[in-house]
Ligand binder design. Structure first.
Ligand code: ZN
Length: 393
């Protein structure tokens, strides 16, 4: 019986080996890394396809369907790849070579290596229920980890939204909120605790999020969103804006800025037992102004502070907003673009209203008449409004 060393030597004598400098010049070869997952995760040769040795026979045809195409296989030191090369020859591959000295020699010789984009063991465990869903999987989870969502407000809607986005592994969350935690917030704003009373909501939410998921970076903006700061904040780069604002000036400002910056807005609003959710995707569907060219007079648009709200309602609406946000980030499902979802908590009833883009919209229409930020507080003060279209603060 030959020993392993004898067998390896025999196999090596039967195959073609190339050293790292020669391998670095091969451009037309399919490069196959036959090492194990943990070795691959620590770095590989750029452009390589990863097929662990145990899956070589079953997966090679996907990577190299044409057996006349030259293949270069490598492992860590050149032994496993020698056996792999032999196997590929037996499978009919006509031009196979093995990298002598393997990845170790390649790296030592100073040739480029690449770290694969993948999840670490802790992330695999944390996001395992996402990884099981084909529509998410590793690719989708990596996408979420690289995503950036800006939350307008860390209050009733922003609280559940920020927690679920953080739990889902959305890598960067921006929080714009100039308010401090008040005792009357705690009935619904679940990102904050009794301990946080008096603290900035942005700071309190950041602490809660970081305790929940250390993968998430939280960027806080302890300021009220205004015409003066909106461009600076949006310039930090956001994939989606989740609007949890409780006032009309901010809503109109967020709308105009999002159209001009081309960022989709997931809108939510609540009042007593009623909630609304929709997605404003610039150029793809209506914007907020298509629906409400004029704000309602203040006396017809009471805020939660004035009219009250059932504490769990923002939990439901904020969660629906989070669902829409995650769908937009992953590019899956049918987002609520051009659809206004209404929820009645007393009846436990959902209904939907179709929304159309207004070609005459002053901001996103064919001939926009508003092309720069206005005084949103004055615009919403009621002095200029002539159309009454009720909505909920
Ligand atoms: Zn519009």
């Amino acid at each position: 019986m030959p020993s392993y060393r004898d067998l390896l030597q025999q196999v090596k004598s039967e195959i073609t080996e190339v050293d790292a400098p020669r391998a670095s010049e091969l451009r037309d070869h399919v490069l196959v890394d036959v090492r194990e997952q943990d070795e691959w995760e620590e770095g590989h040769i750029p452009g390589a396809v990863h097929i662990p040795r145990g899956f070589l026979e079953s997966r090679i045809e996907t990577a190299a369907p044409d057996k006349a195409q030259p293949v270069l296989v490598y492992c860590a030191g050149g032994s496993r790849s020698a056996f792999a090369a032999k196997t590929l020859e037996e499978l009919g591959y006509e031009n196979v070579s093995s990298l002598a000295g393997g990845f170790t020699d390649w790296k030592r010789s100073g040739f480029p290596t690449q770290l694969p984009q993948t999840l670490g063991p802790e992330q695999r465990s944390r996001y395992s229920r996402h990884l099981l869903i084909p529509e998410v999987g590793i690719e989708g989870q990596l996408k979420l980890l690289q995503s950036r969502v800006l939350l307008i407000g860390a209050g009733g809607l922003g609280s559940p939204a920020s927690l679920y986005l953080a739990a889902a592994g959305v890598g960067t969350l921006g929080i714009v909120d100039d308010d401090r935690v008040d005792a009357s917030n705690l009935q619904r704003q679940i990102a904050h605790s009794t301990e946080a009373l008096g603290d900035w909501k942005a700071d309190s939410a950041k602490r809660t999020i970081e305790a929940l998921n250390p993968d998430v970076d939280v960027v806080t903006y302890k300021e009220r969103l205004t015409s003066e700061n909106v461009d600076r904040i949006l310039a930090d780069g956001w994939d989606v804006i989740l609007d949890g604002a409780d006032n009309f000036p901010t809503r109109y400002l967020v709308n105009d800025a999002s159209v001009w910056h081309d960022i989709p807005v997931v809108h939510g609003s609540i009042y007593r037992f009623e909630g609304q959710v929709t997605v404003f995707k610039p150029q793809d569907g209506p914007c907020y102004r298509c629906l409400f060219p004029q704000p309602p007079p203040p006396e017809l648009a009471p805020s939660c502070a004035e009219g009250g709200v059932l504490g769990v309602l923002p939990g439901i609406v904020g969660s629906l907003q989070t669902n829409e946000t995650i769908k937009l980030l992953l590019g899956i499902g049918e987002p609520l673009v051009g659809r206004l979802l209404l929820f009645d908590a007393l009846e436990t009833e959902f209904s939907e209203v179709k929304l159309r883009r207004d070609p005459a919209c002053p901001v996103c229409g064919e001939h926009p008449t508003i092309t720069e930020y206005v005084d949103y507080v004055e615009f919403c003060s009621g002095s200029k409004s002539d159309t009454v279209r009720p909505t909920h603060a």
